[in-house]
Write a protein that binds this ligand. Structure first.
Ligand SMILES: [Zn+2]
Length: 280
């Protein structure tokens, strides 16, 4: 079934509410990586929040979202664009982490960095620490500090004993400019009160039951997509130094390259590398 994000605006025009059930996307994403339970939940939540952020983009904007743990080689990277193409992956070091909880994994010196690419190609980067060590609170804190926007995130994630993803849902609640601050706590409280329905009901059924004081502004398809291919890396191989290239060929090494968007790794054995330099 296609994954869709539903974007609502409260009838008083004070609050935007986005919701997504991305259970199938998270299952597919997690199947692609060897991952323990804590990393799985950390990736699911970071990815779900990143999916919700698609709804805030315009034109052909894209966001690169990084969640970096205290041990800075442990990180999650998500890429999303305004058309609803999303991706996310854990760094190799994070996959090997032995942390027992998300808070332990993030540690005291974690941070979130978000880079926005706009139509003109200009980039803006915000970087904010993670005092809550629980992802949802930290992303709220990021928006407050970096964008001066009151935003709350709620994620509902569940997996069974064999780590199969049972449920992944996310909600974004954001105050419109000049809306009174108490609207945020009012809405998060309201969602908490209806937790049972929020977790179980199909999203469409939630609207008349839980969000009847809001109107649907848009329904946006969200899909796992990366346009990477082996060919994309040919230029990078050709741009390696002469010494490095001759070493690879003489020592019969294999070059490993990773896509920066989906994390997929591509390997190029020395004979392919040799063919590429001859050809290019
Ligand atoms: Zn890729």
């Amino acid at each position: 079934m296609e994954t869709k994000m539903i974007r609502l605006l409260s009838k008083d025009k004070q609050v935007r509410i986005f919701m997504i059930d991305n259970t199938s996307l998270v299952s597919n994403l997690i199947e692609q990586q060897q991952i323990n339970k804590v990393c799985q939940e950390t990736l699911a939540k970071t990815f779900t929040i990143s999916n919700l952020l698609c709804g805030l983009l315009e034109g052909n904007q894209r966001l690169s979202i990084q969640m970096v743990c205290s041990n800075s080689s442990e990180s999650i990277r998500c890429e999303v664009d305004s058309s609803g193409n999303v991706n996310g992956y854990c760094s190799k070091a994070l996959l090997e982490s032995k942390a027992d909880t998300i808070a332990e994994l993030i540690g005291g010196r974690g941070y979130i960095r978000i880079t926005k690419g706009s139509e003109t190609g200009s980039m803006y980067t915000g970087c904010v620490d993670m005092p809550y060590q629980n992802i949802t609170g930290d992303f709220s804190n990021y928006f407050r500090k970096s964008e001066q926007l009151y935003t709350a995130f709620q994620c509902y994630y569940d997996c069974d004993k064999s780590q199969k993803v049972v449920r992944s849902r996310g909600f974004l609640i954001q105050l419109m400019p000049f809306a009174p601050e108490e609207h945020l706590t009012k809405w998060t409280g309201w969602i908490d009160e209806h937790k049972m329905m929020i977790e179980q009901l199909p999203l469409e059924q939630l609207i008349p039951k839980v969000f009847k004081v809001a109107d649907i502004m848009a329904i946006q398809p969200i899909r796992l997509f990366c346009g990477c291919s082996r060919e994309m890396f040919y230029g990078m191989i050709n741009s390696l130094g002469e010494k490095e290239l001759s070493d690879i060929i003489s020592k019969k090494q294999t070059v490993e390259m990773n896509c920066g968007i989906c994390g997929k790794s591509y390997s190029f054995p020395y004979n392919e590398v040799a063919g590429l330099i001859m050809g290019g």
